[in-house]
Structure formats: structure tokens, C-alpha cells
Design a protein around this ligand. Structure first.
Ligand code: ANZ
Ligand code: ZN
Length: 807
């Protein structure tokens, strides 16, 4: 049968589905001692169509899942839908359809596309976060965390968009505007729910060391957690009260010439009550985004009427409100040391403040020695910190501060998990009872696109009884950040129908940790921090075991076109569906795997790559077509002709290499190049080779199995053609035969004075002395040695080269 993917692929997909070959076992069905492999890809957002990024991600996952099955592992390979969030709500506003309808339609469409790619997902485990049998467990976990104090309510300054009536994440705010709509964003204090992520800051940092993750992702997480060792120090305010600062450089204390406080600092807010100019300045800063305040070159300050007293010199130090000091880091107050801190320096120059030098450093690496620092002058920086803390008594202490924030999970949105609490006039904020879950999203809502969330206008949703006192109360209208949905979804796959618990511990113990997680680098921080955090909480709740959810992480590179990311706005999208409907899934899969190493970008350069893949698949199909199925036994090594032996050596070396690539090195593109080389060797076997039929049968049998993870459809077809029973995807991965790993003879290249002069054959196991002697006896080299003095003969490691130096 020729290669006809458009006809054959759907038939083969049907066979797979009917045979249940993708089904993963439940914990109770696993035999003791069986090896398990959990292959996870980042769950997609159902935007409507799959794109090449999805194709690449899912193909990599599928190659791994299929390879592991063939290697005898029990494999877990599921997919679901991250289906709450803004786009559905925006579509609802734009087209007047309910987000649930839009979401369902998109899921159906994308699922069809993914199935056409032949990805081996266990669809019985499919989940979608917008369904109440998923999000009820978000609510259930929320209540568990509430009990333990892992969720709390607090006033925090947030990015507030009046027009949209919601809080925005820092990432969504650009130039003080909502990135999407351009509506202005201001800073405003709001009562919010928070997960206490900071409780796990140290563990989140420490556990990174043990993970098999890309270094750049680990670095991004370390920076995100941002552990800083330093000290807290309280300054007395002139006229009463104190201001506490956090500093990493207490040793620079004698260089302090001003104090900079955040505009939201309580001391500033109090001072602004009687100071209109200060009030106006604070309002001006409130209109700036967090990003601008951090990155801005423009340091803005406002000198207040306040001053603090230097704890050692007794000098009066002026207090400023400043835009570059953030309320949510450290204490929201900075001791300004312009000689030794860049931002403070800029600020001091702008406002004409003195810049005294108090540290002398010999090099960039030297922390320095104190100068002009009273009794501490001459001390090394590190020693000075300790000495100062001691001298300052209760006024100072060493502390650690983190950039990591508690995770604000409130969103003033409709399309998310309702936060399961109730506002009661007599009891305050009360958690809903677990038996009343799920708190469902109401259907009787209108989408206007502005103003407060539709939940706030739905009477059927709002009116409820207080879980504590039973009196009429009002339901919470905030919904959860959609990152909550993706923070434990991979555990629900393990037990998707469980109606008592989010998942049974037996299931998570059987499959966790995830053996390989593949996804985009854009999730290096938020998702991958939140997911690790949740897993630690689940462990502490007794629901899961182990410290970390994802043992190995690979971030696949992007698929580019003309050097830039494929995107709707650039109009440079290549639709995978279009490719599949023309070339079939195997060609697209093969291309995706072969085009580049997994973590590198792929440049989509038109259809040439896909056509190349098609030619290769056609060639293999033709080779099997032209081969007559043989049942003749493979003769022993001694009976084989040299070219037959050489082919079997190539075959077994390829098996060994590809096994290693897939199992240990997670190298995928070299698997395809290995198959290509091997196919050339197969084609080169002479027609008249004495045991041709048996050798070809043996080699093609292994070849087809090895191509199966990458091009599973064609492999399945060829497997039948070779007369093999059952499904190729369920066959065992070939084992390399040690008898054929070493060639009998190897070629040694002979160099004289750096020039290649000849080649000799020696037994593969020949020792160095034999190689050297053979090289010196090489007839082509002899003419270059005649009459010369041999200075030295070098056999570098590997022994495939002998280098002779003469004069
Ligand atoms: C005096 C000083 C002198 C500082 C010096 C640095 C160098 P990291 O390393 O990122 O933790 N700081 C403290 N709280 C701040 C806030 N809320 N907003 C903006 N800046 C703040 O940075 C710690 C340093 O950042 C602290 O140490 C403080 O400036 C500043 F030669 O204190 B330092
Ligand atoms: Zn009550």
C-alpha cells in the first residue's frame, strides 16, 4: 500500500480509539512493581483553533508517551481545558452568547483537531475547569485552606480599572493602561482574598535545586521569589513615632541623607491630610502603574514637613514621599544612601541632597571597608552590619525579605470560580459549608462589558442564607484568578470522576510526581510557582505526598514565521488543520520533531519542510511495499554476508542510540535523523545479498517500531503489511542486540604531518599498538615516510586516527 495519509490516518485513529490503547490504568489496576510514567503537557486555553505551538508541544509529549508505552511503562497521558477567563467573557460581550456556549463550541472544535493529529490522550480523563464538577473542588480546596489560614482577606493596593470594574494583574498593565482596552488604570486599596504563598517562600526556593528543570527557568523562579538578606531599622520621627526601613546595606547607615517613603505609607497618608500639595503628589503617583514606578528613569519626590533622627549622629534627616518606593516590598520605606545606591543617587542629585561616601571598595567583588562612619570606620562591611545591629539595640534586627507576594486571587469577573464565602451583617465574612458546594455561576446574567461584574446584579446568586446564623446574607461576588484552575488540574486527571474528593491519594501516590512536563517558557514563573505552591499545600493537607509536582520540565521553543512569533495580529498564522488536511498528521509530526532541538525555535519556511517529511514517509512505505514478507529465521552472525552483518550492526547501533536519546537525553530531532540514516542503510543492502529477505524483515520490523512514536499512523499500517499481529503502538520497543553493537573491523585514518595520507582496516578490538603498527605499514603512507625520521606517532583517544610526525 502506498503512503496515503488522508485515507489511512482516520482509519487508524478509529482502530486506536476502539482498542482502548490510550487508556491509563487506575491505581488499583496497576500490578505491584509496574513502572509508571506521567507525561503532562500544559493544558490549553480553548481559544477556538489549535496553533503550531500546540502542535509542537503535543507532538513532543506524544512521542514520549508512545515511546514509554513501548518500553513497558504504564503511561498517564491526559488533556483538559483551562476554560475560565477573560476571552470567553469578552466574546460573550461582543457576540451576545453565553461564555459557556462559546467555550463548549471551541473545545469541541479543538478536540477534533487534536484527535486528527493522532495524539494518544486518554480522553476518558478529559476535564474542563468551567464545569462545576471541576470548579467545585477549587471551592472545596479554598475552604480547606481557609481553615488553615492559608487564605486570608486584607486591604491591598491593586491595579484598578474603573471602566472595566476590575482588578488587573501587573502584567496586564502597560503605561498605566489596560493592555487590551487602553482604559486607564489607577492604584486603589481594596479588600481582597489572598493565598499565603509567602509562607512557603523558603521551601519554594530550596526545592528548586533538586529539580531537573532548565537553568533559566530556575533562575527566573529564584528572582521571582527574590530572597534578600538584610536588616530592619526603626528611625525616630521628630515629634514622635517611628519609621521602619528595610535595608540590605545597614553598613551604609552613616551615608543616609534622606528618607524615602512610599506614597501609600501610613506616615505619608497621615501627613497628607493637612498638606494639599503632598496629597496632590500622592494622587499623581497613584495614577502610575507599578511597572512605571519600578522602571521609570524619572525619580519623583515630594519633600514633606517631617524629619527623622539619625540613630548614631542625631542629625535631622528630611523625609520625602517618592514614586520609586513600593509599599508592598520590605516596609515601604527606604533609607536614602545616595553615594552607594543608584536610585538614591539619582534622587539626591535631582533634589540637591548631599552625597557623602561611607564605603571604600577595592574591587567590584569587595563589599568594602567603612569610612566616615564614626566608631565603625575601618570595619569590613559584613562585620559592621553585625556591630551596628548590636549597638542599635532593639531598634534593629537582621531579617530576610522576599519579592514573592501573597497571591491575590480575587477577580471582579463573572467567568471564573465563585469564591465560596458569604457576607452576613451579623457574622461578617463566613465560609460556605462544604456540603453546599458547588456555588454555581448563575445563568440569569447580562454582559455589558463595563461596570461591575454581572454577578453583582444576579438576585438568584446574591441572596443566600448565612452559613453561620441562617439569616439572609449576600454571597461573595469575587471569582478566583484562573491560575487557581491550573494549579492542581493534573491531579484531577488522575481521578476525574471522584465525587467525594478532588482526587484520591492512592491515585496521586501511584502516578506522582509528573515524570515530564512540557510547555512554554512564558509559564516559567506564575503558573509554575503557583502549581508548586499548591502542591505543597496539598501535601500539608494530607491529600498528596512528596515535595514537588514536576520532576522534569522541558520548555519547547516557539514556532516562528519569518523570524517572528506566529500571531493573529501579525497575520502570519499557518493553520495546522490546513497542513493536516493536505499532508496528513504524520508528516506534520515528523517535521515538528525533526526541525530543531526541542528547546530551540523552529522557523516555518513554507511547506518545504513538510514536503521533505512526506518524501521520507513515502520512501519508507515504498521500501516495505517492495519487501516480500519473510518468515525465514535470521541466520547467525557467522553465516551472514559482510554487507548483511554491516546492516545489522547499523540497525542495532541505531536502536541503542535512539533508546538513549528518548529515555535519557530527551533528544527528539536526532531520533528522526537516526531513522533517516538507517533507512539509507536499508536501501543500500544489495539485491543479491544471500539472506536479504530475512535480514530486511528483521530490520524493517525494528525500524517500523522505532518510527512509531513519531509517525504512528504509517507505522501502524506498515506493521500490518509486515504481517505483524496487533497494534504497533502496543508492540515492544526493540532491544539492541549486544552481539551486533561492535563492528568487526574499523577504519583507521593515517595522517602524516597533519595530512590524511591513507586508511587501514584493523580489528575493532585491536589495542593501540596494533593500530600504530598497521598505520606505519599503510602503503599510501609509506611513500611519505621514506627517507624521513619519525619523530612521534600519536593515537588520540578513540583510536580512529593515527598521526605520524616526521622530519
Ligand atoms: C540602603 C541602601 C544602601 C540600599 C545601598 C541599597 C544599597 P533588594 O536587594 O532588591 O532586596 N528598598 C527597600 N525597600 C524598598 C521598597 N519598598 N521600594 C524600593 N526600594 C526599596 O533591595 C533592597 C534595597 O532596596 C534596600 O537596601 C533599600 O535600599 C531598597 F548602598 O537601603 B537599601
Ligand atoms: Zn450570620
Amino acid at each position: 500500500m502506498p503512503f496515503q495519509p488522508l485515507v489511512q490516518e482516520p482509519e487508524i485513529q478509529q482502530r486506536w480509539l476502539e482498542s482502548g490503547a490510550f487508556r491509563a490504568k487506575r491505581a488499583s489496576e496497576l500490578l505491584p512493581g509496574s513502572k509508571t510514567f506521567y507525561m503532562l503537557v500544559m493544558l490549553p486555553y480553548p481559544s477556538g483553533r489549535i496553533h503550531m505551538g500546540h502542535v509542537r508541544n503535543y507532538t513532543l509529549g506524544d512521542v514520549t508517551a508512545r515511546f514509554r508505552r513501548m518500553r513497558g511503562y504504564e503511561v498517564m497521558h491526559p488533556l483538559g481545558w483551562d476554560s475560565f477567563g477573560l476571552p470567553a467573557e469578552n466574546a460573550a460581550i461582543k457576540h451576545g452568547i453565553h461564555p459557556a456556549i462559546w467555550t463548549r463550541k471551541n473545545i469541541e472544535e479543538m478536540k477534533g483537531q487534536i484527535q486528527k493529529m493522532g495524539i494518544s490522550y486518554d480522553w476518558d480523563r478529559e476535564i474542563a475547569s468551567f464545569q462545576d464538577d471541576y470548579y467545585r473542588w477549587n471551592q472545596w480546596l479554598f475552604l480547606k485552606m481557609w481553615e488553615r489560614g492559608d487564605v486570608f482577606r486584607a486591604m491591598r493596593t491593586v491595579n484598578w480599572c474603573e471602566e472595566l470594574g476590575t482588578v488587573l494583574a501587573n502584567e496586564q498593565v502597560v503605561d498605566g493602561k489596560d493592555e487590551r482596552t487602553g482604559f486607564p488604570v489607577t492604584q486603589k486599596p481594596l479588600e481582597q482574598y489572598f493565598f499565603r504563598t509567602t509562607k512557603y517562600a523558603d521551601e519554594l526556593l530550596a526545592c528548586l535545586d533538586g529539580l531537573d528543570w532548565p537553568d533559566n527557568v530556575k533562575t527566573m523562579q529564584r528572582n521571582w521569589i527574590g530572597r534578600s538578606e538584610g536588616a530592619r531599622l526603626a528611625f525616630d520621627l521628630k515629634g514622635g513615632g517611628q519609621v521602619e526601613v528595610f535595608t540590605t546595606r545597614l553598613d551604609t547607615l552613616f551615608g543616609v541623607t534622606f528618607m524615602a517613603l512610599s506614597t501609600e505609607h501610613p506616615v505619608i497618608e497621615r501627613a497628607a491630610e493637612g498638606d494639599d500639595a503632598l496629597r496632590a503628589f500622592c494622587d499623581q503617583v497613584a495614577a502610575m502603574s507599578r511597572e512605571d514606578r519600578l522602571m521609570s528613569d524619572i525619580k519623583l519626590g515630594h519633600r514633606t514637613a517631617l524629619s527623622v533622627i539619625h540613630p548614631f549622629t542625631g542629625a535631622e534627616v528630611p523625609v520625602f514621599a517618592a514614586n520609586y518606593v513600593l509599599m508592598d516590598y520590605g516596609t515601604g520605606a527606604v533609607m536614602g544612601v545616595p553615594a552607594h545606591d543608584e536610585r538614591d543617587h539619582e534622587f539626591a542629585e535631582k533634589y540637591g541632597l548631599p552625597i557623602p561616601k561611607v564605603i571604600e571598595a577595592e574591587s567590584e567583588w569587595d563589599l568594602g571597608t567603612l569610612v566616615n562612619s564614626g566608631e565603625f570606620t575601618g570595619m569590613k562591611s559584613e562585620d559592621a552590619v553585625t556591630a551596628m545591629v548590636a549597638r542599635l539595640g532593639g531598634r534593629a534586627e537582621k531579617t530576610v525579605t522576599y519579592k514573592l507576594k501573597d497571591w491575590g486571587l480575587s477577580r471582579q469577573r463573572y467567568w471564573g470560580t465563585p469564591i465560596p464565602t458569604v457576607h452576613c451583617d451579623s457574622c461578617g465574612v463566613v465560609p460556605e459549608k462544604a456540603e453546599n458546594l458547588p456555588v454555581r455561576l448563575p445563568e440569569d446574567v447580562a454582559f455589558t462589558g463595563h461596570g461591575p461584574s454581572p454577578l453583582t446584579t444576579s438576585r438568584s446568586f446574591l441572596d443566600c442564607a448565612c452559613p453561620a446564623c441562617g439569616r439572609p446574607a449576600r454571597r461573595e461576588t469575587d471569582t478566583m484568578d484562573t491560575f487557581v484552575d491550573s494549579s492542581w488540574y493534573w491531579l484531577r486527571y488522575l481521578d476525574p470522576k471522584n465525587a467525594q474528593l478532588p482526587f484520591a491519594k492512592a491515585e496521586s501516590d501511584a502516578w506522582m510526581p509528573v515524570d515530564l512536563y512540557v510547555g512554554g517558557i512564558e509559564h516559567a514563573t506564575m503558573h509554575l510557582i503557583y502549581a508548586r505552591y499548591f502542591y505543597k499545600v496539598l501535601r500539608d493537607l494530607g491529600l498528596a505526598s512528596g515535595p514537588e509536582p514536576f520532576q522534569k520540565l522541558i520548555c519547547q521553543g516557539m514556532v516562528l514565521k519569518d523570524g517572528s512569533k506566529m500571531s493573529k495580529s501579525k497575520g502570519n498564522i499557518v493553520d495546522p488543520d490546513e497542513v493536516i488536511s493536505k499532508y496528513g498528521a504524520d508528516a506534520l509530526r515528523l517535521f515538528m520533531i525533526f526541525a530543531a532541538p526541542i528547546e530551540k525555535e523552529i522557523d516555518w519556511t513554507g511547506f518545504e519542510g513538510i514536503e521533505g517529511a512526506t518524501r521520507f514517509l513515502k520512501r519508507i512505505a515504498r521500501m516495505v511495499d517492495e519487501h516480500a514478507v519473510s518468515t525465514e529465521a535470521l541466520p547467525g552472525r557467522d553465516q551472514l554476508a559482510p554487507e548483511e552483518k554491516a546492516l545489522l550492526i547499523k540497525l542495532n547501533q541505531t536502536i541503542a542510540r535512539l533508546t538513549d536519546d528518548l529515555e535519557k537525553r530527551y533528544q527528539f530531532n536526532t531520533v528522526v535523523s537516526g531513522l533517516m540514516e538507517l533507512s539509507n542503510a536499508l536501501a543500500d543492502l544489495p539485491a543479491g545479498a544471500p539472506h536479504r529477505a530475512a535480514v530486511m524483515q528483521h530490520a524493517l520490523d525494528a525500524f517500523v517500531r522505532m518510527m512509531s512514536p513519531v509517525a504512528p499512523h504509517l507505522a501502524e499500517q506498515l506493521w500490518s503489511q509486515l504481517g505483524k499481529p496487533g497494534l504497533c503502538m502496543q508492540a515492544a520497543w526493540p532491544e539492541a542486540d549486544p552481539a551486533y553493537l561492535e563492528a568487526d573491523e574499523v577504519t583507521v585514518v593515517v595522517q602524516v604531518n597533519g595530512k590524511v595520507r591513507g586508511r587501514v582496516s584493523v580489528p575493532a578490538a585491536a589495542p593501540e599498538a596494533t593500530r600504530r603498527a598497521a598505520a606505519l605499514a599503510c602503503p599510501e603512507a609509506q611513500s611519505h615516510l621514506a627517507g624521513k625520521e619519525i619523530v612521534k606517532v600519536v593515537v588520540p583517544p578513540g583510536g580512529k586516527l593515527v598521526s605520524i610526525v616526521v622530519k
